[in-house]
Ligand binder design. Sequence first.
Ligand code: FES
Length: 160
Amino acid sequence: MNTQSDWQTPNISRRGFLQWLLGFSVVSTVAGILVPVIGYLWPPSRQGVGYQGPIPVGAVEDFPVGAGKVVPVNDKPVIIVNTKAGGIKAFSAICTHLGCVVDWKKEKGVIHSPCHEGLFNPVTGAVVGGPPPRPLPPYELTIKDGKVYVGKPLGQIYGA
Ligand code: FES
C-alpha cells in the first residue's frame, strides 16, 4: 500500500532546475560543435569496401552495336560501349580533364565529355578532341553466359 511519502515529488528548486538545464544546454552545444569537427578530421575508414571481383552490368543484348551506356561499378561510373571496330569495351566514365562524367554521342560514334567538349575514341579510350590530357583508362571486361562483367580499372582513374 502506498503512503503519501512514496508519491512525493523530488524536492528540486527552480534555481537547481535552471542550473541543470543551463548545464545540459552547454554540454549539448559543445557536443554539437565537436562531433562534426571530429568526424571531419577523422573520417570513418572505408576498409572492407574494396574490390569484390567482376560484377555483372547487364546482358550482352543490353549493349547493341553502336550503343554506349554509363553504369555504376563499385561506386564509380563506367561507360560500356559497343562498336563494330572494337566490340564491347569498358572505360572509366570520369573524364581525365576535370572529372566530368562522360556520355555516348551516338551520332558521332565517340565518348563525349559534356563539360568542355572532350572527345574519346570508343575503341581505345584515346583523346580525339578537346582538352583532356590523357585517355580514358579501360576496365577489365568479360562476357560469360550472355552477361557482361566489369572488373578492375586498368589505369589511373581521375581523382582516385
Ligand atoms: S571535364 Fe571533360 S573536357 Fe573538361
